[in-house]
Write a protein that binds this ligand. Structure first.
Ligand code: HEM
Length: 337
């Protein structure tokens, strides 16, 4: 098998379609607030203004797409949890969704919504919990099913159970956490994974009696004092057997291929905890396929996301009667009264 090569099972699209229908049903049933929320990652810690500063003199195999020129993009970054509206101290997956602005060109999620934006969607575990769309659909169905369904599925998918235990953790501050794409993406002709690595001088600790939203408070406190920084890094696929495309449960070893910095993320000193930002963060959408063709997502889990993110975003915006619109700048409007 060669690097960056995808292998698409013939029955894959059936699982993807069933999953999309199931997700629509779940967010409809779970809608208790009158606002249709995202299926996952609904609890936002904050959406913040950032600069994405591409390194100069990158090697030619990395200076591609949005990394081609040493330029600075304005960006929005949304930090969130993964699993429902729980107190922040609960074990959970945490995430960092980055939207660059000022990226001209047709994106792979078009033609549904043309934009000058490009998204990078990351979360804190280095691996995803399921290998394939089929396995993820099995997981989703078991979680929705009765105890017998759960018992059968989990007892026959022990590696997935193990991944869930590893992925669900406690953290002190979303600005001091490392994040991963977990799934691969094309960069020119090669495959890469992404990771964002925080600059941390004095790490926060989890408070003794944490407030339900202590992660938002930790971000607020840090960004009141100054800017926060991350390195945005890519890891090249150097070996198709040990660094597979079709199995995001397998972490690509950093001893086989180190992460290389391609940009600095500077999250500006700011007060982000206000109704305008919170409304914007609720109704914005991220999509791993909102990318230039040079950054095409790879693998079955990403092929699933191509269908699902679009359907769920359209569905919740239609229900909420909010226009789906990509930001052009850091200027955003106040919520409807
Ligand atoms: C088959 C697998 C997956 C499914 C079905 C799925 C589904 C979804 C859905 C429906 C949304 C909400 C989209 C919207 O309404 O705008 C979402 C958001 C998100 N997903 Fe996934 N996802 C999958 C895999 C992944 C993976 C591998 C990652 C790894 C980085 C990931 C990270 C995220 C993040 C961070 C968000 C929140 C983005 C935001 O802040 O709005 N997902 N996902």
């Amino acid at each position: 098998m060669s690097n960056a090569q995808e292998i698409i099972p013939s029955n894959e699209s059936a699982f993807i379609e069933q999953l999309a229908e199931g997700l629509k049903q779940r967010i409809t049933e779970e809608n208790k607030t009158g606002i249709m929320r995202r299926d996952t990652h609904a609890k936002m810690y904050g959406i913040v203004k950032a600069e994405f500063i591409v390194e100069s003199k990158l090697p030619s195999d990395l200076a591609i797409g949005v990394f081609q020129d040493a330029k600075t993009y304005q960006a929005w970054i949304r930090f969130s949890n993964q699993d429902g509206d729980k107190p922040d101290i609960a074990r959970d997956i945490r995430s960092m969704a980055i939207k660059l602005m000022g990226v001209p060109g047709v994106k792979l999620n078009a033609p549904t919504l043309a934009s000058n934006t490009q998204d990078f969607v990351l979360m804190n575990p280095p691996m995803f919990i399921a290998k394939t769309p089929q396995e993820f659909y099995g997981f989703f169905s078991a979680v929705q099913g009765n105890w017998l369904n759960k018992l059968f599925f989990f007892s026959t998918h022990l590696p997935l159970v193990f991944n869930l235990f590893k992925a669900f953790i406690k953290i002190a501050n979303p600005l001091q956490t490392r994040y991963f794409s977990t799934t691969p993406y094309l960069l020119g002709k090669q495959a890469v994974k992404y990771s964002t690595i925080p600059h941390v001088t004095k790490p926060d600790v989890i408070p003794q009696n944490p407030a339900d939203d202590y992660l938002r408070l930790a971000m607020r406190e840090q960004l009141q004092k100054g800017a926060a920084y991350f390195d945005f890094c890519v890891q090249r696929q150097t070996n198709a057997d040990d660094m597979p495309i079709e199995d995001p449960t397998k972490v690509w070893s950093e001893s086989l291929s180190a992460f290389c910095k391609v940009a600095t993320i500077k999250i500006l000193q700011q007060d982000f905890d206000n109704p305008t930002n919170n409304y914007f963060g609720e109704h914005i959408s991220f999509n791993p396929w909102r990318v230039l063709p040079e950054h095409r997502p790879l693998g079955g889990i990403n092929r699933t996301r191509r269908v699902v993110y679009e359907i769920i975003s359209q569905f919740r915006h239609a229900y909420n009667q909010v226009e789906r619109k990509e930001p052009e700048s850091w200027e955003i409007s106040a919520p409807r009264s």
